[in-house]
Design a protein around this ligand. Structure first.
Ligand code: LLP
Length: 462
């Protein structure tokens, strides 16, 4: 007879390793939860709606968006001291979101023909759109011109040529910003730093690249240079880099005036304001972000009438979002408890891509018991399929419970995939006790719709 080896599975009372995220409720860490999140008799509510009711009505995994939180942050940005605020649609976009952005009087930053199309088809005024991208196609540039996009941010010399031709062919003069790389390394994950010397975005100021780009624009009668753009990165919480970037951009604008008598009306310094993901982490508030930029501009161009534009994405929608999962398998490993949920890297890519960290809280009941070292994992066939890396979860979190993960409003739905043929979750907006579907859940039929069953491809040669 063999005896099963007894394994040192995680148990309550066992000392926890350092560095675990604390499980955090809206009461213990309001900074990571949406404005209206509360626990009521041990159950999580957002927007006056009980999340367990939402899970029953819509299924899980489910993205929940607190409309009041978004509108509150939109107002803070409008009042931040920037002259123009573009919502960076890459953080989260759908038709309803575009209507919210519109109703808040914001402008829109798009970075692909797809985002542009969605905005235009939803009825967003194209004149209030700024169009980004480091490799826009001719078709995208033509669509920008044809739809009357307010500003195209040019990012390489070929694009300046292509855009000039598209605008001339349409008999229009297209407003453009030139994106410059100011040589400022933002303090953030390497993948989110975009302002250094060795990045694919923009024209480096060093070496005269940015100056040549401006002269190339100035030489095209179908283009009008209205601004200079820079975005040094994302999830930034320290202001030094922002101020330095603003100084460098301002110095570049001053150089254009001195050397070439070229003036610009606007300086767009991008987005990147960071938010807390874990209890106690800081938020870069809109007014602080904008003041840091203004300080840099003012130092180099005192009293200049140049207008300041910004492009926040995460800071506007990140904290509004919560992802709701149902707990399935719970397994004690040798060192950690694996709490599996009915989603994963297909709806929450950031932990796998950037080793991003999160917290979580049970939504359907008050969890009890001593904390154990747990990791919330997804249902995909990858060891890196982690939703909440190392967290101290109450011991009695069990199969059937609902786990809510806060701070998932930005770059979650936007980066979702169909890995393992997983249909993408629905997105539900909550407000004043009501819930509205923003994006419906994908179905297996949606996934099958693209199967072409070997349909012949017509080749142009041969
Ligand atoms: N403007 C430009 C030109 C950008 O490239 C970005 C972000 C933004 C504005 C908005 O940045 P935000 O305020 O959201 O930080 N997928 C990553 C973030 C990549 C952001 C790319 N560009 C993440 O999950 O953290």
């Amino acid at each position: 007879m063999s005896t099963a080896p007894s394994l040192p599975a995680p148990r309550a009372g066992t000392p926890l390793p350092d560095g675990l995220a604390a499980a955090a409720s809206p009461e213990t860490a309001p900074e990571v939860w949406p404005l209206t999140a509360r626990t009521v008799e041990g159950r999580l509510h957002v927007g006056g709606v009980a999340l367990h009711d939402l899970a029953d009505a819509c299924g899980t995994a489910l993205y929940v968006v607190d409309e009041a939180d978004f509108r509150h942050r939109a107002r803070l940005w409008r009042e931040s001291g920037a002259d123009r605020v573009h919502y960076a649609s890459k953080a989260f976009l759908c038709a309803e979101m575009i209507r919210w952005v519109d109703s808040e009087g914001l402008h829109l930053d798009v970075c692909s023909g797809g985002e542009l199309r969605l905005a235009v088809d939803t009825g967003f005024d194209a004149a209030r759109i700024v169009f980004h991208g480091n490799n826009k196609s001719v078709a995208e540039l033509e669509a920008a011109v044809a739809n009357g996009v307010g500003v195209v941010v040019v990012d390489c010399l070929e694009e300046i040529d292509r855009l000039a031709r598209a605008a001339a062919a349409a008999d229009r003069v297209q407003d453009v910003y030139v994106r410059i790389a100011p040589g400022v390394a933002a303090e953030t994950h390497d993948y989110m730093a975009t302002g250094g010397d060795d990045v694919k975005f923009g024209f480096p100021v060093r070496g005269g690249h940015a100056e040549r780009a401006v002269l190339a624009v100035a030489a095209r009668p179908s283009l009008r240079l209205t601004g200079v753009h820079s975005h040094i990165g994302s999830q930034i919480t320290a202001t030094d880099g922002l101020t330095l970037a603003a100084e460098r951009v301002a110095a570049f604008v001053a150089l254009l005036a001195e050397r070439h008598a070229i003036t610009v009306e606007e300086i767009d310094l991008g987005g990147g304001a960071g938010i807390p993901y874990l209890p106690g982490q800081p938020r870069l508030e809109p007014a602080t972000f904008t003041s840091a930029l203004r300080a840099g501009l003012e130092r180099v161009l005192p009293g200049s009438p140049v207008r300041l534009a910004v492009e926040p994405g995460r800071s506007m929608i990140g904290t509004a979002g919560v992802t709701l999962y149902r707990v399935g398998a719970v397994k004690d490993g040798l060192r950690r408890r694996f709490v599996s949920v009915d989603g994963g890297m297909s709806d929450a890519l950031r932990p796998s891509l950037y080793l991003a960290r999160y917290t979580a809280w049970t939504a359907n009941r008050p969890a009890r018991g001593e904390p154990v070292h747990a990791v919330v994992v997804g249902r995909h066939c990858e060891s890196g399929d982690v939703v909440v890396p190392d967290i101290a979860l109450p011991e009695d979190v069990a199969t059937g419970d609902l786990l809510a993960v806060p701070a998932t409003g930005a770059y979650h739905h936007a980066m979702a995939s169909n890995y393992n043929a997983q249909p993408r979750p629905a997105v539900v907006a909550v407000r004043d006790g009501r819930a509205h579907l923003m994006v419906r859940r994908e179905t297996p039929e949606d996934l099958r719709r693209r199967d072409a069953h070997g349909e012949p491809v017509r080749l142009t040669t041969g």
